[in-house]
Design a protein around this ligand. Sequence first.
Ligand SMILES: [Zn+2]
Length: 623
Amino acid sequence: MRKILLVTTLLAGFVIKVFPADNYKNFKVAVYARAYEVQKMDSLPWLEPIWNEISQQVHVDKIYLETHRDLLLVNEKTLLAAKKFFEKRGIKVAGGITLTVNEGNRFETFCYSNPEHRKKVKEIVEYTAKYFDEIILDDFFFTDCKCELCIKAKGNLSWTQYRLKLMTEAAQELVIKPAKAINPKVKVVIKYPNWYEHFQGLGFNLETEPKLFDGIYTGTETRDPARPGQHLQQYLGYSIFRYFENIKPGGNGGGWVDTGGSSYMDRYAEQLWLTLFAKAPEITLFDFRQIQRTIRPTDRAQWQGAQTSFDFDEMMKPVKLENGKTITPNTIARAAGYTFEKVDQFLGKLGKPVGIKSYKPYNSRGEDFLQNYLGMAGIPVEIVPEFPVDAKMILLTESAKFDTLIVNKIKGQLISGKNVMITSGLLRALRGKGIEDIVEIEYTDRKVLVKEFSGGMANSLAKTEILIPQIQYLTNDSWEDITSLESGSGWSILHQARYANGSLFVLTIPENFGDIYNLPAEVLNRIRNVLTQDVKVRIEGPAQVTLFVYDNGTFIVESFLPENVTIKVITDKQTGNLSNLLTGEEITGKDALDGRIWGRERDAVKTFDVIIKPHSYLVFQGK
Ligand SMILES: [Zn+2]
């Protein structure tokens, strides 16, 4: 009696949505099932209730059934039963392979120098190609083997050189050719994980493989940026999808998120919507087991209750099914379903993502993942694998040193009247390699702790002292645009050097990249202003507020801060009002004159004041 009463009371207070909704309009949703779970799928009493629970909370279009992981190969009878189960329910089925020997043993991979291992990999691929017209390789088509066979085979090559060559050959001989020999229709897709800066060292070859495989797929999970683990910044969930899309335009099939590291549920939702802000056509939920995780009271973050973008209480509202039955959300699958329903309402209005081009040559590294820290500082970055000659402003980090012609390419831009911003890390790497021919400026071995800043903006104070390298230059040969002041001395944060018809800017990067978030808003505003030449909108405000820009006048601002934040949006003066695409509300701007940047006209601009709630986004269309 008491139980019935409780249910009635609950229902009375809520608007109930009908589920399952139609397909999402702007993307497909897939679930990945590991071999450990697929091998249980010949038992209908086990599978059916689990699947019902998942699919009542999130609409699923496709399932990846993994045939192999950790030397566990799912038998034919079970694979066929699982395929039949999902196909009967209108779910598209594809195969998955994880090429690990023992994931639990520090992600032990196969040895591609060992003939027996090679034979095993080929057998797994052939077996899988018999059952599926699409196969995806999960994360592990790399090698970390340093056995004696590998040491001998490597010879005088570096590990990176050896593994790049080895895995390109293995992709052709052990995966693509054998799969197509068994099933000529099969589409073979390689899914790359999130640690792109380090790929080449383990044999993931972004230069050769995307051309060989029918498709690529992107690991967009960043989990917790602060706690032990990979320390990947949230912005990476967006930027990595864009980067890979730029490597294989039209061939990046989707983004992939797991539930790890989401100590509050908004973090999980953020990863999902960042993937979709990058315009991924499909999103894969990893995995069948993880999304059955029960929602806990501790998943509700402290800022909940203020109608933030991920509204925990709204997400927990009962869902009414088509058959009239009502269910109460109970697992993480509902957090995904709720997030998808919300973003699907506006994704179709966004154009193609655009940003400030940052050139990263194939198989390069340096200042690891720095573009994502800059993205978190409100700079919309678009990482590209080819030098973007047409851009009026290019951002180059240390990884650009892998292009041996980089100094000549920079000169070419400056001569044609364009601008280039390089980081202090690239300046150091190009010492003695011709950069002096553009400007005699030196990255010294000395460091300084700074807190106060001045220059082409109001004087300002950082949240903490920040350790930076000391950059040295010749008076009146080049100029400090932003200066940091300390003990009667000044050190360049942003430096400008004129060459032919353009300017080379040098951006001093703090020794700890995370200190970028401690820079005062005034410093960040100035850097954003100098960088923003190819994009029609920018923001002013503190770090950890991000901007996503599209080519049709739409843009998204998103805050990762735990409290409300007020920012300014700056557009060109032709922009009339901003229309809030979530609420329909119109915002009126103010006319203003842009800050002075030497060598550029002072533009008339419009500024708009915008308040963003904690861990929330706003979507706008400039009219
Ligand atoms: Zn080996």
